[in-house]
Design a protein around this ligand. Structure first.
Ligand SMILES: *Cc1c(COP(=O)(O)O)cnc(C)c1O
Length: 223
């Protein structure tokens, strides 16, 4: 199927309240333009350099989401244009985003990445760290970021029950936090969970933002 057909197929299966991020990492501009022509405006990348080059070359009404692990020394390159950063996993990183956003007179929306997978390798806050961050007073000084939700990645497994448990856990945490914290800096409205292999489970368990790459653009080839 073509990119357009894949997109339409996925979009028709998503409830209206779920935002689709088309993950275009490693894919050429032509593939992104094909999705763009089909109406897609939100694209996700996991490397800041690659995203910046694409931002320079492609239509300016594209909203770019950084979905990967962020190195602090590279935040400055995306600060002029990034629309949402999914992978905030430390206070130091949040502080750097705030600093760079200020230089461009912007407020940058961020999601806090929560470690939900059993695998050791995944980045993110645990629940105690999250609570400490949100209730701490340091966050109040950051006037150029807004925390709009949480992001999580389930364990890479065939075991559906494990994935359900991890997504459900994140949804429960999200709801609790959304009830507890709400001010100018913290406006919990986005729960980013679900990729090509597990987005249906994620949506069934409360996700309202899915990050889908290979089911739209085909398999990625890494050199
Ligand atoms: C690559 C990536 C995706 C998309 O993965 P697919 O399996 O191709 O849909 C989603 N989220 C993150 C964080 C990624 O790095």
């Amino acid at each position: 199927m073509s990119i357009k057909e894949n997109l339409n197929h996925i979009k028709s299966s998503l409830p209206e309240n779920v935002t689709l991020v088309a993950v275009s990492k490693t894919k050429p501009d032509a593939a992104i333009l094909e999705a763009y022509e089909a109406g897609q405006r939100i694209f996700g990348e996991n490397k800041i350099q690659e995203m910046t080059t694409k931002w320079e070359n492609l239509p300016k009404d594209i909203q770019w989401h950084m979905i990967g692990h962020v190195q602090r020394n590279k935040v400055k390159y995306m600060a002029p244009f990034v629309n949402l950063i999914h992978g905030i996993d430390s206070f130091r990183l949040l502080k750097e985003v705030d600093k760079q956003a200020q230089k461009h007179d912007r407020v940058i929306d961020c999601l806090l990445q929560i470690h939900i997978a059993r695998e050791e390798s995944k980045f993110g806050f645990d629940e105690a760290e999250l609570m400490a961050l949100l209730s701490g007073k340091e966050i109040k000084d950051l006037k150029h970021i807004r925390i709009v939700g949480l992001m999580g990645m389930a364990t890479f497994t065939e075991n559906k029950q494990t994935i359900i448990e991890e997504f459900t856990g994140l949804k429960v945490l999200f709801d609790r936090i959304a009830e507890t914290y709400s001010d100018e800096r913290i406006q919990m409205n986005t729960l980013s969970m679900g990729m090509s292999g597990d987005y249906k489970i994620a949506v069934a368990h409360g996700s309202n933002m899915v990050r889908i790459g290979s089911s739209i653009f085909g398999d990625r080839i890494y050199n």
